[in-house]
Design a protein around this ligand. Sequence first.
Ligand code: ZN
Length: 336
Amino acid sequence: MSDIYNQVVKRLSHIFKSVLTRQHKLLPASPSRLFGWALYRTPKGPSQISRGVSVRDNLLWEQFDVITFSFVSGNFNQHAKVLEVIAQWMMFTNITFQRVEFEGDIRISFDDEDASWSCMGRACYRKNRGQPTMNLEGIRCSTPGVDEEERAIILHEFGHALGFLHEHQSPARVDILEFDDQNIHKYYQRCQGWSHKDIEENVIQIHSTKWMGNYSGFDPQSIMMYPIYPSFNRQELEIPHNTVLSDVDKAYAMIHYARVLPHESAPQWTIAHTLDILGVQGEFRDKILKTNDAKEIRRLFTEWNSSERLGDTGGFFRPLRVATRKWSKCLRCRSS
Ligand SMILES: [Zn+2]
């Protein structure tokens, strides 16, 4: 038993040291990174969709905020798809997205010439009121119902709008997937036409723990994850294109915008269930379960998350299951 314990401690300490020493991969503390001006892109094309569970805590919304949104373009079908899909995020938060005619906090365009992107959380306030704060590319205007690809795009960009970061850029990913930067650059340049800077900032660079908030163990099923091909990483793992919220996505929404009473359509999503999913045990679990104050729940979880990062208990960096399907070369690349 003590052997297993020692091995776990050794592994955790190795991972922790390794995260700290990979400085060359950490993002520079540029003003745009520090203050969240950067736009978070999604690969183009309806079959090319990208998607932590990690958060920018200084850009999260206040508890019970009513976030208004408006459309700066698009038709009835496109608007209806957004309305249908964002209800899924609302089921797991105390946030209300409310549509207004003009100049919402979130202003959505449907420009197919541009990539999908979104401002991060409250960074939308830093944009000129006349400009969009989110673009949704590939949402078809001619079909009435939302399909899987469209749902993935909308969920992912609204994840950013809630303050969630890319999972493939989480520090928790580093030792599970070691990226082959060159292959990733080649792919995104050729298939997406992205610049070197875009690829670095949206795919490769690991978020610095200096400015990011809480993050979970690596979750390859997160909606905030881009698809990963075997040629992208030295482990040759494939992570498919995720199109629905993972349990950790839901749990992160539930804990940062705590919904003390579960939504009637998801009665199993209580705070206790959320803590089970996130592995919160001991005194922090007891304290969280004793309070009904959403602000206090976020604060206590943040304290627990920080203590876990220091390796106080095992399991935080435990990788969740990674898919290993075969990959056909450039299967999703519409330009080939
Ligand atoms: Zn994104």
